[in-house]
Write a protein of this length. Structure first.
Length: 469
């Protein structure tokens, strides 16, 4: 490459020797940025039109460029074009391919007025935008599946837990919908992120803006952006929209992992609340009886990968001065991996949830275990005029008595109730049932059947609204 720009590269004139092999290996990025080809082609076509509008490219040359780019796109999708060993990155590879089709003079003229710095900052946003749409579609479908499963289980009850200990009974439907709401918030996060991502860095050049009087707004709108970055330094060097996207990806992973963890636990023999469908479980190479929740386990494991991708990029960005630094190349692999990971686990988890069998009798049988109706007894005392602090202590003594005797709350005799407190009159037994406990939680957001039905309708309407956006 001594003294001139080498094939597959975009620099070289001031150098007297080509790059050392070690440098070339370190610098190469086509093994991961090749997926950005469609965005590079889109931007090159838009850039060519801007060059033509500014008088730097004839209409005939523009037509030649656009036609060549169309054939390269077709060949890319058919797998007929691939990066070469001499290509440093996707930008150099596509310039090499284009020059091979329309000649060095015309093909090389398209680099005027743009830099790899503003190109890659733009392409990453375009890639993230399309990926967000795909992830969003999967989240909507997953939320719909959970809503449907909440209808399937009817008004069956299960133990609700805090600290993973029995707390109070809840409807199984209420439990399921509690896993749907985070998915909706993830969709809303993606939508909110999209407004900040919708600003084009294209036209920022290397750092100071373009010097050929091109129209960055025309290019931005052609590429689907709402506006142009108001500061070329910021536009070419900031990656906060990437880290924000990767935070959302990590949050989605965490939301899926929490559900996956419960599927793993509740499908175990100790609980037997859930049974995995054979199509969404695996066996053991040694133990014939095993049915393993691999989808849930891999989802739980890959959530850590998503978190790692985010924290790794944040560490890379934290000390970078303005403007572009080659460190920014490190944004793409974790971004691509986070997208690939979500697009892998979301359909798998959706299939698992849609086929999961809920053992409702087993869940209902345990709904009152662990003295989970104790708070309802305390609430009964409050309704009779006992201050809650005192009611809390009375019911605590009642629970302690039951533990010593090895009995449940409803098995305490009237005499034993009165011996603990005169406020524990026989009518307190009305509060010692799962049905009463559920029905008493009738406020907005509560687990009473009518509130869960209202919640489901609200969530369904919100999903429908989000699906139209």
């Amino acid at each position: 490459m001594a003294g001139h720009t080498g094939e597959g590269s975009l620099w070289g004139g001031r150098f007297s020797a080509g790059p050392d092999e070690a440098l070339a290996r370190l610098s190469k990025s086509t093994h991961f940025d090749w997926r950005l080809v469609p965005y590079d082609l889109d931007a090159t076509a838009a850039h060519a039109r801007a060059l033509c509008s500014a008088g730097h490219l004839s209409t005939e040359d523009l037509a030649t460029v656009v036609a060549a780019l169309a054939t390269i796109r077709e060949d890319f999708h058919e797998g007929r074009v691939q990066p070469s060993d001499v290509d440093e990155d996707v930008h150099g590879a596509l310039e090499r391919i284009l020059i091979g089709r329309i000649g060095e003079t015309l093909g090389g003229s398209l680099r005027a007025g743009r830099s790899r710095n503003d190109q890659i900052a733009t392409f990453v946003r375009m890639y993230a935008r399309d990926s967000a749409r795909s992830i969003r579609t999967h989240l909507l479908e997953f939320a719909r599946i959970i809503i449907q499963r909440s209808e399937d289980v009817g008004d069956a009850a299960m133990p609700g837990r805090t600290h993973f200990q029995h707390a109070q009974p809840v409807l199984v439907a209420h439990y399921l919908l509690a896993h749907a709401w985070p998915l909706v918030r993830d969709i809303q996060r993606l939508d909110d992120w999209a407004s900040r991502n919708g600003v084009s860095p294209y036209g920022g050049g290397a750092l100071a803006g373009g010097g050929l009087s091109l129209d960055p707004e025309a290019i931005a709108h052609e590429l689907g952006f709402d506006a142009v970055s108001p500061n070329s330094l910021d536009g070419t060097s900031s990656r906060d929209v990437v880290t924000e996207f990767m935070y959302i990806a990590a949050q989605i992973g965490i939301d899926l992992s929490r559900l996956a963890e419960e599927v793993i636990i509740y499908s175990s023999a100790e609980f037997s609340y859930m049974t995995l469908d054979d199509a969404f479980a695996t066996g053991s190479s040694m133990m014939p009886q095993k049915k393993n929740p691999d989808i849930a386990e891999l989802t739980r494991g890959k959530s850590g990968r998503l978190i790692g991708n985010l924290t790794g990029l944040l560490a890379t960005l934290k000390g970078l001065p303005l403007a572009y630094n080659r460190d920014l190349q490190e944004d793409k692999e974790p971004l691509f991996d986070s997208v690939d990971t979500l697009l892998l686990i979301l359909p798998a988890m959706a299939g698992l949830m849609s086929s999961l069998q809920f053992n409702l009798d087993q869940m209902h049988a345990n709904a009152a275990a662990g003295f989970s109706l104790a708070t309802d007894v305390a609430d009964h005392l409050v309704r009779t005029g006992v201050p809650f602090r005192e009611a809390h202590e009375i019911v605590g003594e009642l629970v302690a008595h039951c533990e010593r005797q090895g009995i449940e709350l409803h098995e305490v005799s009237d005499e034993q109730l009165a011996g603990i407190s005169p406020d524990l009159t026989p009518d307190v037994r009305n509060s010692m049932s799962v049905e009463f406990s559920l029905g008493a939680k009738g406020g907005v957001g509560g687990t009473a059947a009518h509130q869960v039905a209202a919640q489901r309708s609200e969530l369904s309407a919100l999903i429908q609204l989000l699906d139209r956006d």
